[in-house]
Design a protein around this ligand. Structure first.
Ligand SMILES: [Zn+2]
Length: 703
């Protein structure tokens, strides 16, 4: 790298953790520009000197790409957890240049030919399996980056890529701004009847948070309000489940399903543009549809294979979901003769929750006190220690953070040697943080030139309720599962033994296999001895009572048919949009969405439902023609968990033995081996879908 690049501790120490405290958006622009220049220079130098070998082309390419991807990674991370106007400007201004710089690497004819020569030459024989997968993936990736295109086609391809990146960011910004733009101030106690304490407290806190512009809200309290109703998930979801006011539920529901579908924040034209461009891109690369392009690099490979899985699941789930709806109607009839038995979409969540309370006789809210975040973390870390032989040690203050509530932890193995570290950003901050939960990589594991190993670092991001006053963050059971899920991704990133960045951890793993460790980890929330290591009342210390645990287990299968059908719906919609749907044809997106809904929903969506406008997974994330992956990977995860059940969940030695095999295969091999082969190494056979169906009580073969 040339020496005239100014140092920036947040963006430019790419073998260490970024210095978030020192980050200044105004420095990011010039620095990124210089990193782009440096990368271009290094690319020219490599093109002049490369030879068809690992050390002659693959390794130097990884090296030269790292500074920019590191800096851009930090900027993107901050955009998702600490959004500011200034940062957005940097991203919007620089994104096209960063994308273009990435394309220059990916589309270098010289490097592409060096890779092809490496694959066909004698150098191939000395590569190990992980190295070969890296080279194969790079060749396919180059081909998908338009390497074979020339002239006008190449130019058009590059325009499409830059435009898709811009549209994806725009989609996400619209969705976030639409969420922020909606709020209702409720001053009348009648309006909040039915809501649990924790939700009232959050709504009062939310009201106080905007007191600067509305001074009357400065003294909002949980008991007497005013309360601020928003589309922020920790308020939205419990409000739809608990609020007695049908009118407010309807208002909120309508606002929710029409977010970002009108005015300045309208995502509908953005979606149509994205679909058009994706189809055009696929055609340029020789694929009929974007789905065909997407699946060519996935474990499933063929559209037909995905379609078959979705059809199979629908066949089992739909009749069960219909029966669940009929049961719900019968239940409502017994509850309130005055209630209109005709259920609307904003009634389903409310009445399903009442039915659940009656049949299962507990609420999410009753469970919260048993899941204070600090204890849940102890329990989660205990699982990692018992199964995988790693200890997780709090190391707050040892690394800079972007927000005071963010925690930092180190992962050490039995011998006390450092293996990895991670950040945990647990709480929702609707004004500056994207919704949802995710794991992202901060640093990848890498063998450095001096022979030492750069250890992996992960970001674990959740959006649960923050502590209120003296009370710690009390989690719903689903937030506990989410934390286990993201930690599962983190484990695969952190416990990798692969030393090549491009195949370490979650890198180079096929999308539809990448959810295996995360969904696998969720199963431990239903393992009683495991759960009891941490499910204790935050005040009294009383363990979660047996009857509540039993109910948790039954709750897992509660309305499972409907939940399955929902996932099948989203997977089918995604697949249809990216395969059969022609964005330039007669049919509108809305018509297609309605047709797919007819097959996969019991109550049809509202005519004005524009849920797609906030379906960030497929329009702002990487799940286009890949949403089915969740279910695909669940098949793998459920079957992997049965390896532990078969060994005996209450036998610590057996658990450790199977755990160690899981660590050495699924968690250690990363993207260095084909996922089907990794699974067979762990399980001794191919995955069996029965385990998934049985775990939801949906299989005809289940007891
Ligand atoms: Zn996941």
């Amino acid at each position: 790298m040339s020496s005239n690049i100014p140092t920036d501790p947040a963006l430019e120490r790419f073998n260490s953790i970024p210095d978030f405290g020192a980050f200044k958006p105004e420095n990011a622009g010039p620095l990124l520009k210089r990193l782009i220049q440096a990368q271009d220079q290094a690319l020219l130098a490599l093109e002049a000197s490369c030879t068809p070998s690992w050390a002659g082309v693959v390794q130097p390419l990884t090296e030269l790409a790292e500074p920019l991807s590191y800096a851009w990674g930090v900027v993107h991370h901050l955009l998702s957890v600490k959004d500011t106007e200034a940062l957005r400007e940097v991203v919007q201004a620089l994104q096209p240049e960063v994308v273009a710089a990435g394309l220059r690497l990916a589309q270098s004819q010289t490097l592409y030919h060096a890779y092809r020569e490496l694959k066909s030459g004698s150098g191939w024989n000395v590569l190990d399996e992980a190295q070969r997968r890296v080279v194969d993936a790079a060749i396919l990736s180059a081909e998908h980056s338009g390497i074979a295109l020339e002239g006008a086609e190449r130019t058009r391809f590059n325009e499409i890529e830059a435009e898709l990146a811009r549209l994806g960011t725009l989609f996400g910004n619209h969705a976030l701004d639409a969420t922020k733009a909606f709020s209702l101030i409720l001053a009348d106690k009648e309006q909040v009847l039915g809501l649990p304490e924790t939700v009232l407290a959050m709504m009062a806190q939310s009201a106080r948070s905007v007191a600067e512009s509305e001074p009357a809200l400065a003294n909002a309290t949980p008991d007497s309000g005013p309360w601020r109703l928003t589309l922020d998930a920790p308020i939205l979801i419990p409000f739809l489940k608990h609020a007695k006011s049908r009118e407010l539920r309807e208002n909120l529901y309508r606002a929710y399903v029409t977010q970002a579908s009108a005015g300045e924040l309208d995502n509908q034209p953005v979606i149509l543009d994205i679909l058009k461009l994706k189809r055009e891109k696929a055609a340029l690369l020789g694929y009929n549809t974007y789905a065909a392009l997407s699946l060519s690099r996935k474990m499933a490979k063929e559209i037909g294979a995905v379609q078959k899985m979705l059809d199979d699941l629908r066949k089992t789930a739909r009749p069960v979901a219909e029966e669940e709806y009929a049961e719900l109607l019968r239940f409502v009839a017994t509850q309130n003769a005055e209630a209109n038995p005709e259920l609307k979409l904003w009634d389903i969540g409310y009445w399903a929750e009442r039915q659940r309370e009656q049949t299962l006789d507990f609420t999410d809210e009753q469970l919260r006190p048993f899941f204070p975040l600090p204890r849940v973390l102890e329990g989660l870390f205990g699982v990692a220690e018992r199964l995988f032989g790693v200890r997780i040690v709090a190391a707050d203050g040892e690394a800079p953070v972007w927000e005071p509530s963010v925690r930092f932890f180190r992962v050490v193995d039995r011998a006390g040697e450092a293996v990895a570290s991670f950040f945990l950003d647990p709480y929702t901050r609707p004004a500056e943080k994207r919704q949802g939960a995710w794991m992202n990589t901060c640093l990848d594991r890498k063998l450095l030139t001096d022979g030492s190993v750069r250890l992996p670092v992960a970001y674990l991001i959740c959006n649960q309720s923050p502590p209120v006053g003296e009370t710690p963050s009390l989690m719903t059971f689903s937030e506990v599962e989410t934390l286990f899920h993201e930690f599962g991704h983190g484990l695969q990133h952190m416990l990798t033994r692969v030393d090549y960045v491009d195949a370490a951890g979650i890198n180079n793993i096929e999308w539809d296999a990448v959810e295996l460790p995360s969904q696998f980890m969720e199963n431990w929330c239903y393992h009683r001895p495991t759960l009891l290591t941490f499910a204790r009342h935050f005040e009294s210390g009383e363990p979660l009572p047996q009857h509540l645990f039993d109910k948790l287990l039954s709750a897992r299968n509660y309305r499972a048919g409907s939940q399955f059908l929902r996932q099948v719906h989203l997977g089918s919609l995604d697949l249809a949009l990216h395969s059969s749907f022609d964005p330039a044809g007669e049919q509108s997106i809305q018509t297609l969405a309605e047709a797919v809904a007819q097959e996969n929903t019991i109550l049809p969506p509202l005519a004005e439902d524009r849920f797609l406008c906030t379906f960030g997974h497929i329009f702002a994330g990487g799940y286009a023609a890949g949403y089915y992956s969740y279910k695909w990977a669940e098949v793998l995860a459920a079957d992997a968990f049965t390896a532990f059940t078969d060994a005996g969940l209450d036998n610590p030695e057996k658990l450790a033995e199977v755990g160690s095999r899981f660590r050495e295969t699924v968690l250690a091999l990363g993207g260095g081996k084909e996922p089907g082969a990794v699974f067979r190494m762990f399980r001794g056979r191919d995955p069996d879908p029965k385990a998934l169906l049985q775990s939801y009580g949906l299989s005809p073969a289940s007891p």
